[in-house]
Design a protein around this ligand. Structure first.
Ligand SMILES: [Zn+2]
Length: 473
């Protein structure tokens, strides 16, 4: 996921950690993993993927797609069930279909194969060498997102070896340029050019991983929805003049006054299907004085929302759309009245709030016709995936089977993944990985990115089990 999001994700998790830190987790760590031969296969694919340089400008995702195709063909997948293609030569994607009985619409398993750039001099080891050391796998993409990519392929090969007959097709898509975005984003490209190949009832993707602290598993997160971003430029123009002859109508003062009013703005506090369930679940395991308020938030109490929002920036951002000034510019000389004053305002919008609603709210708050409120770009509203009881149950059951006592917590995150494009295209997408990461040491996009060896194999087993539960005849 893009860096800004990973930070946001971490932020959004802080609340979960804060609340769940005191929850006694089961001391029975099931440590379910797949048999050695399957672990070896997943390991080998993982290593192969990580050692292929696939960053936005310094690499290519095509060799990753080709490597996956070769593995699948060797395992008996037919050419006609494997698609290779992409927005450009270097931005290859692979889509493979494992055929089921067709009783239900397919499930799509998604992972991106591009990575954030990594320079050798920034790392303590070669970022494109897959190294196992002290219980961790090191290398760019070990966390984001080649573990899930490798596991999808390894597990698909295993289902084939077992002769497993799911009640729906299982589609795996490994796609380009989630990090860089731009014209070659594999999910965008597939939706526009080969929608039939990835059309599914719902998709599983990155975006929800397991939270671990000091070796204890805190929660298995299920990412169900995402806020979306809207940027505005507030602008005041004035004819200006000599600074020795000031007049009341001043661009900087006008803008400052508008920003002052904006600083007092609080969008309405509310919950949606996802966030009310989130508050309900954390209320159950919370042992602090906030416990009762959290439960009341889930039931829609405005008073409780006020207190909970005031208690934490993350809860505040979970309960409302937010807009905040992030940049300023104005004036052109020390001795001139400003002809221009401008501010950037960044909004993080709940999926259910529209572009028009946010814009007109800002205009009302600014309350000055001389202050233009200009929307930048064309934001496409995010949509939440429905909280389907069958999916929640499958995730909960698979979590209990792997890690008894660890709660599943549905989350809305402040950032975006490829899941957003799929949701907009009408394919509900759920972020679920089962890879547990130390909440204080998430290295996605950073130096010495790594994944715990045990976490990787447990995630493999969890995803193997979860997909079977969701495709069982
Ligand atoms: Zn990612």
């Amino acid at each position: 996921m893009p860096s800004v999001n990973s930070r946001d994700l971490r932020g959004s998790r802080a609340i979960i950690f804060a609340l769940l830190a005191l929850v006694p987790c089961s001391s029975l760590r099931a440590q379910v993993t797949r048999p050695d031969a399957e672990k070896q296969l997943a390991h080998d694919i993982y290593k192969q993927f990580v050692e292929i340089q696939s960053a936005y400008t310094t690499g290519s995702t095509t060799p990753v797609a080709e490597a996956a195709a070769a593995r699948l063909k060797a395992a008996g997948f037919s050419d006609s069930d494997i698609f290779l293609g992409g927005g450009s030569e270097k931005k290859g994607n692979i889509v493979v279909r494992y055929r089921g009985t067709g009783a239900r619409k397919p499930i799509l398993l998604l992972a991106h194969t591009d990575v954030v750039e990594a320079r050798r001099e920034d790392w303590t080891m070669d970022p494109f060498q897959f190294i196992e050391r002290d219980g961790f796998f090191y290398g760019r993409g070990t966390g984001d997102d080649k573990a899930q990519a490798a596991v999808w392929i390894a597990n698909l090969i295993r289902y084939k070896q077992e002769g497993y007959k799911p009640d729906r097709d299982i589609i795996v898509a490994l796609t380009a340029d989630e990090e860089g975005g731009g014209p070659f984003n594999g999910v965008d490209w597939l939706i526009k050019n080969h929608r039939d190949l990835i059309d599914a009832e719902f998709a599983l993707n990155e975006g929800g991983w397991g939270d671990e602290s000091h070796g204890k598993k805190i929660a298995n997160n299920l990412q169900v929805s995402e806020k979306y971003v809207m940027n505005f430029r507030l602008e005041v123009h004035n004819k200006g003049g000599h600074s020795s002859l000031p007049v009341a109508d001043n661009a900087i003062y006008r803008l400052a006054a508008a920003l002052g009013r904006l600083s007092d703005l609080g969008f309405p506090l509310k919950t949606n299907e996802v966030t009310s369930e989130y508050f309900r679940r954390i209320a159950k395991v919370d042992s602090s004085s906030a416990k009762d308020d959290l439960a009341r938030v889930a039931d829609g109490s405005q008073d409780a929302m006020q207190r909970v929002a005031a208690a934490s920036p993350t809860w505040n951002a979970t309960l409302r759309t937010t807009c905040v000034a992030t940049r300023l510019e104005g004036g052109h000389a020390m001795n001139a009245l400003p002809q221009l004053a401008a501010a950037a305002v960044n909004c993080r919008v709940l999926p259910e709030d529209s572009v028009d609603y946010v814009r007109s709210t800002l205009q009302k708050v600014v309350a000055d016709n001389e202050v233009a409120v200009n929307l930048l770009g064309e934001p496409s509203a995010g949509t939440a995936s429905p909280m389907r009881p069958d999916i929640l149950k499958a995730v909960t059951d698979a979590t209990n089977a792997s890690w008894p006592g660890v709660p599943v917590v549905p989350v809305m995150v402040m950032g975006a993944t490829d899941g957003k494009a799929l949701r907009i295209a009408g394919i509900p997408t759920y972020g679920i990985q089962g890879f547990f990461l130390d909440r204080d040491d998430i290295r996605f996009h950073g130096r010495d990115e790594r994944m715990g060896v045990q976490s990787f194999y447990e995630g493999q087993a969890f995803l193997y089990d979860l997909v079977r539960r969701l495709t069982k005849p």
